[in-house]
Design a protein around this ligand. Structure first.
Ligand SMILES: [Zn+2]
Length: 453
């Protein structure tokens, strides 16, 4: 059998030149014809271009519409603006954007129910054009399993950089016992491994999340809007605890991000050496200077306070959370100030607080607060890729990068809200959606793609 294949290959090699032989033998080669192509966000887009894909990666970028060899898969996006798949640096795939529902059925939902929710969220997210997410707080085992299933191609979803559970102090934003009655609280405590008090205990909590598969570590420096505990958004964790967390995570090669609203929490987190700060609701000149000095990213999650305000108005939040919504809204002028001062921004929505699939609504908010559409797109591509430590594989469409490709009608540089209507999505070379239509599963089979033109 082996000899037969070899003989066939040799016969082919004699019949055709070497370069076209390699192409003929590569069944995964795809030509994507792009009307306009933003291959490197931050630089001007190219006009008509062709992306040649091989093995789920970008192999070549050519100017104009290249003629594909016979039998090659061709994806015709000649009337579309093509750009790299988007990256959301802050989601919770276990969240459903409905806190009332979450509170009502919390006691009956098993981890298997949570996993189903996460799988649905993952699909909605990737179909919206977000081909990579950083999940900053989910059931650690479920998110690890989902991440690996996406990587194997078993389920449709974005690539996932997972934090597992958020590290928190007792009574802090990430303490699952907050507000629970005796008995229920005791049961939650039995399974709670993310809560720590004191530097040594916090080192243990970080190591535990890493042992469960966390690729990034998140901790709560301050209070949070949605947790069921009164007391505002002030600093909850001590600077010593933050330093222990950052040092331990970095020693394991994990980046660290801090959930932080109050200035005191953000300053202590930046001084402890975090790679990014989520929310950053309250900022002064000194905090902004620290961001720039440390080179840390701000992930402003502007969609989150919009969502929680709507939920508070609809009576979906418990009294402790509802009381904190107003504070969360004070971010607007502070984010504008940070943007004017040139703080590095990475795109993140906190989806799960809001509904999954609505992630792109964040773009218009970023532009309202002072980013140009190009800067907003860079925040969701090059910047987020750099924050996730994946700048060598995602966030641009240059040779060697993953074939994470999306397309929209018209230029998002003229109207960034066009990114709310992504109608073509490819993830690692597999078509997820084309002309707004969901691809059959497995997506590698693609839609009815034209084999030749
Ligand atoms: Zn969050």
């Amino acid at each position: 059998m082996k000899r037969t294949i070899l003989a066939t290959l040799m016969a082919l090699a004699l019949a055709v030149p070497a370069a076209s032989l390699a192409r003929a033998l590569d069944p995964t080669e795809t030509y994507v014809l792009a009307g306009a192509l933003l291959d490197k966000p931050g630089t001007a887009p190219r006009g008509p271009s062709t992306l040649v894909l091989r093995g789920g990666k970008v192999a070549e970028v050519r100017s104009g519409f290249a003629e594909a060899p016979a039998g090659t898969r061709v994806i015709d996006l000649r009337d579309r603006f093509v750009l790299p798949g988007l990256i959301d640096s802050h989601v919770h795939l276990n969240g459903r954007g409905n806190p009332l529902l979450a509170r009502m059925d919390a006691s009956g939902r098993d981890v298997q129910d949570v996993f189903v929710t996460m799988q649905m969220s993952a699909r909605a997210t990737v179909e919206a054009g977000f081909t990579t997410v950083r999940d900053l707080g989910s059931d650690p085992r479920s998110i690890r399993a989902l991440r690996d299933a996406v990587d194997r191609g078993d389920v449709v979803g974005p690539g996932i950089v997972n934090a597992g559970q958020m590290i928190s102090v007792t009574g802090g934003h990430g303490d699952g016992r907050n507000g629970l009655r005796e008995g229920i609280s005791d049961t939650v405590e039995l399974h709670q491994i993310n809560v720590c008090d004191g530097p040594d205990d916090c080192r243990r909590a970080v190591r535990r999340q890493i042992a469960l598969g966390a690729l990034v570590i998140k901790f709560a420096a301050t209070g949070g809007v949605t947790s069921n505990v009164a007391g505002g958004l002030g600093r909850q964790m001590t600077p010593e605890e933050m330093k222990a967390i950052v040092e331990t995570a970095h020693a394991f090669g994990r980046k660290v991000t801090a959930h932080s609203h109050a200035m005191e929490g953000t300053k202590a987190a930046l001084q402890a050496g975090v790679d990014s700060v989520e929310h950053g609701t309250f900022l002064d000149d000194e905090t902004i200077r620290l961001f720039r000095e440390k080179g840390a990213f701000l992930v402003p999650t502007m969609l989150a306070p919009v969502a929680t305000l709507a939920q508070a108005r609809a009576g979906q939040l418990g009294p402790a959370a509802a009381a904190k919504v107003g504070e969360g809204r004070s971010a607007v002028p502070n984010h504008e100030r940070a943007i004017r001062a040139g703080v590095k921004i990475a795109f993140g929505t906190d989806s799960g607080v809001s509904v999954h699939g609505d992630n792109a609504r964040e773009f218009a908010l970023l532009v309202e607060r002072g980013l140009t559409p190009m800067q907003a797109i860079s925040a969701a591509t090059a910047n987020a890729a750099s924050l996730l430590g994946r700048g060598d594989s995602i966030g641009a469409l240059t040779p060697g990068m993953d074939a994470d490709i999306i397309a929209v009608k018209g230029s998002p540089l003229e109207d960034v809200r066009r990114l709310e209507q992504v109608d073509f999505v490819m993830h690692r070379g597999a078509v997820i959606k084309q002309a707004g239509v969901r691809a059959p599963f497995p997506p590698t089979e693609g839609l009815a793609l034209k084999a030749d033109r």
